[in-house]
Design a protein around this ligand. Structure first.
Ligand SMILES: NC(=O)c1ccc[n+]([C@@H]2O[C@H](COP(=O)([O-])OP(=O)(O)OC[C@H]3O[C@@H](n4cnc5c(N)ncnc54)[C@H](OP(=O)(O)O)[C@@H]3O)[C@@H](O)[C@H]2O)c1
Length: 316
């Protein structure tokens, strides 16, 4: 009995925690699995289910996808794999996106890549996502990119309708400037719950352009894509990447056994906005390593050492 309790505590300590994105939810895992490259991974259904099971056991229950990923095939692949484990859906959170129309042989009607945040397109895209995923609701829908032709009242109508029918439970945006968030938020009868933006030790912009400040001001939690710079953190020969790797290595040694990915993620987890990194890995060891980083925090000096390595200069 005593041993079981210790084991349960150890497992609990190793798993990723869950946090609400706003006071009214949704509640997501602190680390999110990004499925943008699912089609390239070429997994069998059984392999994908295995990956989701490992993620799930680590506490990673939130999955990030979009209508356009994998040339519109990723959601279908996910839905096909989950069809054999229907009970899993209730224990996962789906984050979908819409609003980009790529020029693709799959969509010959799109002569040029463009954005479309019209009500008609938003509703059609969500219907198609729900069908492909084999589910009757999305936990969160994001507008994928700011659309210069966005009519915020029309978006508000589409969002309100989907909220009422229960097809989408919460709404957010991605890659929006603070003013764009402000504009859309001003037309909605409920709060946006996230702005999903790029942030990593090689992409510092949102730390300084008001994006994260606005999230904290509004009480919404940012999700961050390419938290490991899409892998460039490990492979790029550019000077900032080389400097950042050295800083991560030095801090990893100070912390004991922390690996480069863990220090990079700890750098993100240290930010007071409580960012949720969206990790794009199908490597089980990399997932385990990332999950262990969710409880790591850096000192201010370690955090700024990485900032300085990236910027190539000390703070002013
Ligand atoms: N909202 C948007 O506009 C937007 C834009 C881009 C992406 N996204 C979302 O963000 C997700 C993640 O993006 P991303 O793939 O660029 O993120 P990422 O997690 O920064 O990069 C993933 C890459 O890093 C590698 N990696 C992970 N851990 C590693 C480790 N410990 N050592 C060495 N390599 C490691 C992965 O390889 P392994 O597979 O071998 O681990 C993969 O090649 C996407 O899937 C998508 O869901 C959103």
């Amino acid at each position: 009995m005593g041993n079981t309790m210790i084991y349960e505590q150890e497992v609990a300590l190793m798993t990723v925690s869950h946090i609400p994105l706003t006071a009214d939810g949704p509640t997501f895992s602190r680390l999110v699995l990004g499925l943008g490259n699912l089609a390239e991974w070429q997994l069998t259904d059984a392999q994908l289910l295995g990956l989701l099971q490992v993620a799930f056991d680590l506490g990673i229950t939130t999955l990030d996808h979009a209508d356009i990923y994998g040339d519109h095939r990723c959601e279908m692949l996910l839905g096909r794999a989950l069809a054999s484990e229907p009970t899993l859906r209730q224990r996962l959170q789906f984050v979908g996106k819409c609003g980009i129309k790529p020029a693709s042989p799959n969509r010959p009607e799109n002569r040029v890549k463009h954005y479309d945040t019209s009500k008609v397109h938003i509703l059609a895209s969500v219907e198609s996502s729900l069908r492909d995923l084999g589910t009757d609701y999305l936990d969160l829908l994001l507008l994928h990119r700011p659309d210069p032709l966005m009519n915020p009242d029309e978006v508000a109508e589409a969002f309100s309708e989907m909220r009422q029918t229960g097809k989408v439970r919460h709404f957010g945006v991605s890659n929006f400037t603070p003013w764009q968030v402000h504009l859309l938020g001003s037309r909605l009868p409920f709060p946006l719950v996230t702005n999903q933006v790029e942030l990593s030790p090689l992409a510092l912009d949102v730390l300084h352009d008001g994006t994260l400040d606005q999230c904290m001001r509004l009480g919404m939690t940012p999700m961050v894509w390419s938290p490991l710079a899409g892998g460039r953190l490990f492979t790029s020969d550019e000077p900032p990447a080389r400097r950042v790797r050295q800083a991560l290595r030095d801090i990893g040694e100070e912390l004991g056994t922390a690996s480069l990915d863990q220090v990079a993620l700890a750098w993100l987890f240290t930010h007071p906005a409580n960012v949720l990194p969206v990790l794009g890995s199908n490597n089980l060891e990399h997932l385990r390593s990332a999950a262990a980083a969710a409880s790591m925090r850096l000192t201010r000096q370690q955090w700024f050492q990485i900032w300085q390595a990236s910027a190539g200069r000390p703070v002013p």
